[in-house]
Design a binder for this molecule. Structure first.
Ligand code: SF4
Ligand code: FES
Length: 248
C-alpha cells in the first residue's frame, strides 16, 4: 500500500506543533501500526531527518503506552485493540492517515506524539492500592471468600491498562472511566472495603485537581476503550462517592 501520513510534529512541550505530511510506500496489511511507523522512521533516519517520537513498550496490548489519535479516534478505527495491536489491513491503498497525540490539558505533549500521562499515576497514588499487613501474620488472600460475580467484575475493572483513550475520546477530557475502573477493582473485593471511603474521595479529588473534565454521559470512553471497560464502573464510583461523602 501507498499511504499519506499527516503526523503531528512538536519539538517540545513549549513549541508550537504542526501536522507534517509524509508519503510512505510498501506498507503491508499484516504490519502493525507501530511497525508501519518504524518503517517511516527508518526512512527518515536514512535521510538524516529526525524520526517521529512515539511511545511504546510491550507491543502486545498490555502496557498502555502506545496511545495515538488516529484519524480522530484513540487507537484508530478497530475496536477493543490498542495502537500496537492495530493492523494496517484496516486501511486501504491511497488512504491519508492523520496521526496526533492524545489531546487533553492534563496530558501535555512532551514531544511529537508522546504525552505526559503522569496525572494518571498521581490519581493511582491517591488511593489505587490496598494496605497489607506484612508483620508476619498476613492472612492468605485465598482465605477470604469472594463471590464469583464480584471477583469477575473486579477482574474486568482491573484490566484497565491506563492508556488514556477514554480521556482522549471524551469531549470534556474526563478521566471518569479510568478512575472508576481503579476504584471498582477494589470496591468489589472485601480486601478493598477497609480503605474504600478515603480511596474514592482521594482519587476523585486528585482527578479534579489534575484538570480532567466532568462526565456528561456521552459514552465515547466506553466505545474507544481497548479493554471494554464498562460505563457501569462510573455508576459504581458515583455510588461509592455519594456514600463516602455522606459518611465524611
Ligand atoms: S478505562 Fe480503558 S481507555 Fe481508559 S485508561 Fe483504562 S483501558 Fe484505557
Ligand atoms: S505498546 Fe504496550 S499496549 Fe501498546
Amino acid at each position: 500500500m501507498k499511504l499519506t501520513l499527516k503526523i503531528w510534529r512538536q519539538k517540545n512541550s513549549k513549541a508550537k506543533g504542526e501536522l507534517k505530511t509524509y508519503p510512505i510506500d510498501g506498507v503491508e496489511g499484516d504490519m502493525s501500526f507501530l511497525e508501519m511507523l518504524d518503517v517511516l522512521n527508518e526512512g527518515l533516519i536514512n535521510k538524516g531527518e529526525e524520526p517521529v517520537v512515539f511511545d511504546h513498550d510491550c507491543r502486545e496490548g498490555i502496557c498502555g503506552s502506545c496511545s495515538l489519535q488516529i484519524n480522530g479516534e484513540p487507537h484508530g478505527p478497530d475496536r477493543l485493540v490498542t495502537t500496537c495491536q492495530l493492523h494496517m489491513r484496516m486501511f486501504k491503498d491511497g488512504d491519508t492517515i492523520v496521526i496526533e497525540p492524545f489531546r487533553a490539558t492534563a496530558f501535555p505533549v512532551i514531544k511529537d506524539l508522546v504525552v505526559d500521562r503522569s496525572s494518571f499515576d498521581r490519581i493511582q497514588q491517591a488511593g489505587g492500592y490496598v494496605s497489607v499487613n506484612t508483620s508476619g501474620n498476613t492472612i492468605d488472600a485465598n482465605a477470604i471468600p469472594v463471590n464469583k460475580h464480584d471477583a469477575d467484575e473486579s477482574f474486568e475493572a482491573a484490566t484497565c491498562i491506563g492508556c488514556g483513550a477514554c480521556v482522549a475520546a471524551c469531549k470534556n477530557a474526563s478521566a471518569m472511566l479510568f478512575t472508576a475502573a481503579k476504584v471498582s477493582q477494589f470496591a468489589l473485593l472485601p480486601q478493598g472495603r477497609i480503605e474504600a471511603t478515603e480511596r474514592v474521595l482521594n482519587m476523585v479529588a486528585q482527578m479534579d485537581k489534575e484538570g480532567f473534565g466532568n462526565c456528561t454521559n456521552t459514552g465515547a470512553c466506553e466505545i474507544e476503550c481497548p479493554k471494554g471497560i464498562s460505563l457501569e464502573n462510573i455508576a459504581r464510583m458515583n455510588r461509592e462517592y455519594l456514600s463516602a461523602s455522606l459518611k465524611g
